[in-house]
Design a protein around this ligand. Structure first.
Ligand SMILES: O=C(O)CCC(=O)C(=O)O
Length: 297
C-alpha cells in the first residue's frame, strides 16, 4: 500500500499523517484476542514487569497545577490537557474488567506472534519506508492502554526521550485497538511542530505559548485506524473521561543508519527494556527491512 504523494506531503507538513483502516476488522479482532491472552496470563513467558497496572488503592490525587492557556494545565515544566482533576472518585473505583486495570504494556511484539507479524507487515513497513527510507529497525513497541478515567499524557516530543540516537527523525505508527475520541483521550498534535527542533523539558512551557497551543489538533480515530508521526512532533493525549478503555499500540521505528551515541547509563537502561536482539545497542535492534550499518542501531 505505502503512502500516496499527498499523504507523504501531509506527514512532512504536519509531522503526522492519519491512515484509515490500516488493519481489517478481522485482523483487529485477532489482535484484541491476542492482547487479552498476553496480558491476562495466557502466555506464561511474558514477564509481569512489562505490564503496568493501575492500582486504585495507590492512586495519588492529581498534583496541583496552574492554568497554562485556556485548555491546558502546567505542572513544573510539564504541560497537560485539562480535565483529569474532575475524575478523582471514578479513578479510585475498582474496575470489573481486568483489562481496564492495565495502563501500559511493553514490547508485546517480542512475545506474541500476531503483534510481531504486524510490526513486520508490508502494510505498516511500506509506509515507514516511504518516510524513513529502505533500511529500518524496530526500536520499541508499547500499548498505551489508557484505562477508564485515566489521566492525560503530557505534551512531549519522542526525541526528547531518545537522546541516544544521533538523529532526531524516527517514526511511530500508533494503531488503535479501540475507537479514540476527544472524550476518551485521543492523541493531539501541534501541526508543523516537528520543524521547531528539539525542545527540552525546561523550555517546553515557553515553546507551548497560548498561540501555539491554540493550533492543537485532536485526532479522533476508529479502531483499526493509525497515525504515523515524526519523533519531533509535539503531541499529548487528553484524560479519559469515560468508563471505557482506549488502547493505542505505538510501534517506534528507526532508520538502520542511525548512529547509537548512548551514555553508559542509557546503555544500561536500554539493555533492561527488552527491545534488543543483540548483546549491545550497536547493531542490537531487530532489523525489519534492508540492511545494517556499522556503529549504528
Ligand atoms: O497514546 C498516548 O496516550 C500517547 C502516545 C504517544 O505518546 C506516542 O505514541 O508517542
Amino acid at each position: 500500500m505505502g503512502l500516496s504523494e499527498a499523504q507523504k506531503s501531509a506527514f512532512f507538513q504536519d509531522g503526522y499523517v492519519v491512515i484509515r483502516n490500516l488493519i481489517s476488522p478481522d485482523e483487529l479482532t485477532i489482535l484484541r484476542e491476542h492482547y487479552a491472552n498476553l496480558v491476562l496470563g495466557g502466555m506464561p513467558d511474558f514477564p509481569e514487569r512489562h505490564i503496568s497496572r493501575h492500582n486504585p488503592e495507590q492512586s495519588p490525587p492529581s498534583e496541583a497545577c496552574i492554568s497554562h492557556g485556556q485548555w491546558h494545565n502546567r505542572r513544573g515544566t510539564q504541560v497537560f490537557p485539562q480535565g483529569e482533576e474532575n475524575y478523582e472518585t471514578e479513578r479510585k473505583t475498582p474496575v470489573k474488567d481486568p483489562l481496564d486495570a492495565i495502563s501500559k504494556v511493553n514490547v508485546p511484539s517480542r512475545y506474541n506472534p500476531v503483534f510481531d507479524a504486524l510490526v513486520r507487515s508490508p502494510k505498516v513497513v511500506d509506509i515507514v519506508a516511504a518516510l524513513l527510507g529502505p533500511n529500518i529497525k524496530l526500536y520499541y513497541d508499547q500499548v498505551f492502554a489508557k484505562p477508564p478515567y485515566a489521566r492525560a499524557n503530557r505534551y512531549h516530543q519522542d526525541s526528547v526521550f531518545w537522546s541516544f540516537f544521533a538523529s532526531n527523525f524516527q517514526v511511530t505508527c500508533q494503531l488503535l485497538l479501540d475507537d479514540a475520541t476527544v472524550e476518551n483521550g485521543c492523541v493531539r498534535f501541534i501541526p508543523g511542530s516537528h520543524n521547531f527542533g528539539l525542545v527540552n523539558w525546561d523550555h517546553l512551557p515557553y515553546m507551548l505559548t497560548a498561540d501555539v497551543l491554540a493550533q492543537e489538533v485532536s485526532v479522533p480515530l476508529r479502531a483499526g485506524d493509525a497515525t504515523f508521526h515524526h519523533s519531533l512532533a509535539l503531541h499529548c493525549s487528553g484524560p479519559n473521561t469515560t468508563p471505557h478503555r482506549r488502547r493505542g499500540w505505538s510501534i517506534h521505528y528507526v532508520s538502520a543508519d542511525t548512529r547509537y551515541i548512548g551514555t553508559p547509563e542509557e546503555t544500561k537502561h536500554i539493555k533492561q527494556l527488552g527491545c534488543l536482539v543483540g548483546p549491545e545497542p550497536v547493531n542490537g535492534w531487530p532489523l525489519i527491512r534492508g540492511r545494517e550499518f556499522p556503529g549504528c542501531v
